[in-house]
Design a binder for this molecule. Sequence first.
Ligand code: PLP
Length: 465
Amino acid sequence: MSTREAINKAARSLPSVDELLRSASGIEMIDEIGQTHSATLARAAIDAMRTAIIEHETISKEEMLARCEARLLDLRTLEKMRSIKKVINATGVVVHTNLGRAPLSDDARHALMDAAGYCSLEYDLETGKRGRRGGHIEDMLIELTGAEDAIVVNNCAAAAFFILTAFAAGGEAVISRGELVEIGGDFRVPDVLAMSGSTLREVGTTNRTKLADYEKAIGETTRMLLRVHPSNYRIVGFTSTPSTQELSSLAHKHDLIFYEDIGSGAMIDLSSLGLTDEPLAKDSISQGADIVSFSGDKLLGGPQSGIIAGRKDLVDRLRKHPLYRALRPDKLTLAVLGATLRSYVREKAVEEIPVLRQIAATADEIGARAAKLITQLRAKPELKVETVTGESVIGGGAAPDVRRATKLIVISHQTRTAESIERQFRMFDPPIIARIEDGRVLIDLRCVGEKDEKSIVDAIDSVSA
Ligand SMILES: *Cc1c(COP(=O)(O)O)cnc(C)c1O
């Protein structure tokens, strides 16, 4: 028999889609995900087995069906892993963009559930009439930033686009060359701002821009001065840029708007946590910015959202602008943001907001948890688990150069590579995202909830040769 014939013969033992779906796994799957989608997966499983047939293979129909069934279950498992799943963030990166940025506070999670049904999103319970959408959130933002008014959109990129569109379309916005930055995830400030129909007038150099550079660029078509906080990189050394006060005075002298995009959205002074360089919306407003924007899911610790605060006349124009309808967030976002802001209003943010609590955790506290965790592991001669000092990063476009001292759990195995252990953790249920350094797997408990420590113990215990 030729090779071709042998392969054809083996291929004839492949089940049909219907046959595969009549298997025990097939029947269960149809119940779970429906006939049409199960058939799609069954077809993919059979195709995969067809290409896996090797020369001279003799295989019974039953054996082939069993293999296809196993493949079908694999495909379903892979598919489930692609859905949004809870993961344990053992990377030590507090604001991790790939892992959903800020984890929400307990109150925020409850608010999310409450808002999931009918809710008083745009309804005034006192009058029984239509109310201002998210009105109490705007009121809290006014209180927290000291601005005259505030409004919320879907994210900070939308906020910047909105502000430029409303106030600078058809004209120029003056910006320092040092601030034409890419903020990760392909978000380039100049690209987004150009979509607004305004022209960015770049001034100064990458490391130094003087007030006179801005002044020289102001002309007939200038509508605003714009400052973007370079949140995910720092130019260090020989740098200079005018202060917020100088820029706002200059803007106002020429009847222009001064807009500051502060990005990472620290609401309170975090210098005691090592974040000395984070601009606060409050300061920006008090130093004369007409309008500011920042993200809700970075240092603020809430949902993805973009917050705009500033002069009443400007924010009112945004509220009435047709684009607002396209950029406004949904009830779930507003409910979560509201609950998050309430922690700030009652001055309990550092205790209640996970991002801040995690940044605040000291190496001693994390080290004590790590040591306790290690005592719960089953001892195995081939597996070495110890703690070492290391660093956690804030991440996510917030405070790029800020590192916090931490204690790491280091895992190494006599025969297994770090990559294979890291992968095993990633495939664990729930998945545990660790990092690798110098051929060792590192686990940082900074962003791991106490309740999730047991999963880490189980995952480490499951590492075998
Ligand atoms: C992160 C960031 C943005 C983008 O914010 P999103 O909420 O992710 O859209 C815009 N500007 C600055 C300065 C930022 O740091």
